[in-house]
Ligand binder design. Structure first.
Ligand code: PRX
Length: 631
């Protein structure tokens, strides 16, 4: 990709151009790709209808751009460098030519298993190269991939499969994570008891765990691949055809199937990867995110491959077999660009520098963070002990819905500032509005973060529920996309993200809806109501605090807490477990019956002396009781 911004002045010029004539700006980016037919119109949009189209009428396949386009010059360059969980197992380097063959082969497997353009394919796999191959094969054949993070429970998997009526599930016998084996096929079997749309299940052998293969439905990956041809002509797709669905939590119980389409997503992820990280052709780039999240989609797979980069993919966890695993990998693989989450940084910081100093991290040029606000202390530690005060840290703010990085410094090009995402990328027009929708231009005043103009990788809908899409993102503030985040701007126009302003909690960088957790808790036979809020957590950023009303006070409190967490685990996944559970007699409610979460948040955070206005409470004595029994 050309058009690299390499100075602050160039950024300012580029930004100006992108706002003055967005269509021309993005057309120039799009021109660099390989198209079977160019588009009829660069952009059509109407935020009132939640309707955005980029490069409509264009014909292309994203995998041609991720792989085939590089085969002339970069056939032997490593595309995916896979690092196994177990240090004794070999690293696998897959070059662009090999990736091409594997993706073509698996596209033929998909075809043989009756997958056609527009079909939904659910992928529930560990971080292994076959996950990338499966994702790209879906895109090559024109099927819509829906990757479900392998930490989710059978119930979550089932709900996601059913929501999109997936006809195929791709999974593996199990997944290695540290010293654990996650029984993915068993979990899938549990889910598939209630997924009538699933016709086939392709199972990769990874952990060699014994699994049941359901006759007529389940087939082995390696057996299917055996005779498959290495040629597969990529399907010609329209720019606005769906590329994938990825579920994210919302304010109400049901997760939202965020849908992204092909061309806009391609153009934007390629552009942002190149510019935010200042990627150079020979850089070894490592993003530690799981492909089950948007960061993995955009910045492990699509963004890097569109730039013919070498993308490192790690199967394991930062603490296995020792707390210095990340730093060891950086030394051994001579990583140049390292992109991770504040939670990981804080967890490793807590273990102390003795795990970092034994390793030579001189190869590092750029550091990145994503997923949640990074606190000043963690930022400084990352800067000093990992970056040796030499590497710019890009604090990249974005969302599943935005598809790519929206507000971030560009490494070494635009200024960085601890705890600030800093400046919008070219093409991005953010603003901060008060609750009435008036733009706030005063510096350091908190408000709601919105975006005024479409960018190519904006989500197009919530799968099967366009009204919810419109209501969630475009209704609250007219003619603007509402992010659900709070933010402020300093006097230099630098953005600081202050956290969610809705009922979504970011725990260890993962979005969790309070309603989803509450409905899991309420399944307990002894619980009649619950309210979940966040509280500051040293490592996870936010912890989960559940206030629960028990029909009768349990004899064994710990046992009931355990049962509650088991319910959360089986309905959502272990990531959503409550850190603290308090049994209460009642919840603070307004006269109209609304739970005042603001008060619960203060109690959970230990700020019990300043609860603010409590005059609208129906029964304020409840608050005193809750306060005195705080966990
Ligand atoms: O609250 C913001 C937070 O993560 C949310 C998006 O979560 P998700 O869709 O899972 O995508 C995460 C990876 C892009 C945002 O609404 N968030 C993300 N990045 C940052 C952040 N908060 C502060 N600073 C960031 N750099």
């Amino acid at each position: 990709m050309k058009n690299k911004i390499d100075s602050f002045k160039k950024y300012k010029d580029e930004y100006k151009k992108s706002v003055q004539n967005p269509e021309l700006f993005w057309k120039k980016q799009a021109d660099q790709f390989s198209w079977e037919k160019k588009w009829d119109a660069v952009l059509k949009w109407d935020f009132n209808k939640a309707d955005v189209k980029w490069f409509e009428g264009g014909k292309l396949n994203i995998t041609t751009n991720c792989i085939d386009r590089h085969l002339n010059k970069n056939a032997n360059k490593t595309a995916i460098k896979w690092i196994p969980n177990n240090t004794k197992e070999d690293i696998i380097n897959i070059n662009y030519s090999q990736l091409h063959k594997q993706v073509c082969k698996f596209s033929n497997v998909l075809k043989k298993n009756n997958i056609k353009i527009g079909d939904r394919v659910c992928i529930y796999m560990p971080m292994v190269p076959e996950l990338v191959i499966a994702v790209l094969a879906c895109a090559r054949i024109g099927a819509i991939h829906s990757v479900v993070f392998a930490g989710f429970s059978a119930t979550s998997l089932k709900d996601r499969i059913n929501d999109a009526s997936c006809s195929l599930l791709i999974t593996s016998d199990g997944g290695f994570r540290g010293n654990k084996i996650i029984p993915l096929k068993n979990i899938s079997d549990e889910a598939m008891k209630e997924t009538p749309s699933i016709k086939k299940c392709i199972v990769l052998k990874r952990t060699k765990t014994t699994v049941n293969m359901h006759k007529d439905r389940d087939v082995w990956w390696h057996e299917e691949m055996l005779g498959a041809s290495e040629n597969f002509n990529a399907k010609t797709m329209d720019s606005e055809d769906p590329l994938f669905i990825l579920y994210t939590s919302g304010s109400t119980g049901k997760p939202k199937g965020i849908l992204h389409t092909i061309a806009g997503y391609m153009v934007y992820t390629a552009y942002t990867f190149k510019n935010v990280f200042q990627y150079d052709n020979e850089d070894i780039y490592w993003c530690t995110a799981d492909i089950g999240w948007i960061t993995g989609h955009s910045y492990v797979i699509y963004g890097p491959l569109l730039n013919a980069a070498t993308s490192v993919m790690f199967e394991g966890v930062p603490s296995y077999p020792h707390q210095g695993r990340f730093w060891e990998i950086i030394e051994k693989e001579k990583i140049n660009i390292f992109y991770t989450a504040p939670t990981a940084i804080r967890a490793l910081q807590a273990k102390g520098t003795k795990f970092v100093t034994p390793f030579d991290l001189k190869s590092l040029k750029v550091l990145g963070t994503v997923g949640e606000p990074i606190n000043d202390d963690a930022w400084k530690w990352y800067n000093k002990h990992v970056g040796n005060n030499m590497c710019p840290i890009v604090d990249s703010w974005w969302q599943t819905e935005t598809g790519g990085i929206m507000i971030s410094n560009l490494a070494g090009v635009t200024p960085s500032r601890a705890t600030y995402a800093t400046l919008p990328l070219p093409g991005i027009q953010p603003c901060i509005v008060d609750n009435k929708g008036n733009e706030i231009n005063d510096s350091n005043t908190k408000g709601n973060l919105c975006i005024k103009f479409p960018w190519p990788s904006i989500a197009r809908t919530i799968y099967g529920d366009h009204i919810r899409f419109k209501d969630t993102y475009f209704k609250k503030f007219k003619n603007k996309y509402f992010t659900g985040d709070g933010a402020l701007k300093d006097k230099d126009g630098m953005y600081k993200i202050t956290g969610r302003v809705d009922d979504v909690i970011i725990v260890s960088g993962h979005n969790l809806g309070t309603a989803e957790i509450e409905s899991a808790i309420n399944q307990h036979k002894n619980i009649c109501e619950s309210a979940v809020v966040e509280f500051p957590h040293k490592i996870k950023g936010n912890g989960i605090y559940a206030f629960v009303i028990s029909r009768e006070l349990p004899k064994n409190l710990d046992q009931q807490k355990k049962e509650i967490n088991n319910l959360i685990s089986s309905n959502i996944g272990p990531i959503a477990k409550a850190d603290k559970i308090q049994f209460v007699e009642g919840l603070p409610k307004t006269r109209s019956g609304k739970i005042m979460r603001r008060i619960l948040r203060k109690i959970a955070s230990g700020k019990t002396h300043s609860l603010g206005d409590t005059s609208t409470l129906l029964d304020s004595s409840i608050v005193d009781k809750i306060k005195s029994n705080r966990e």
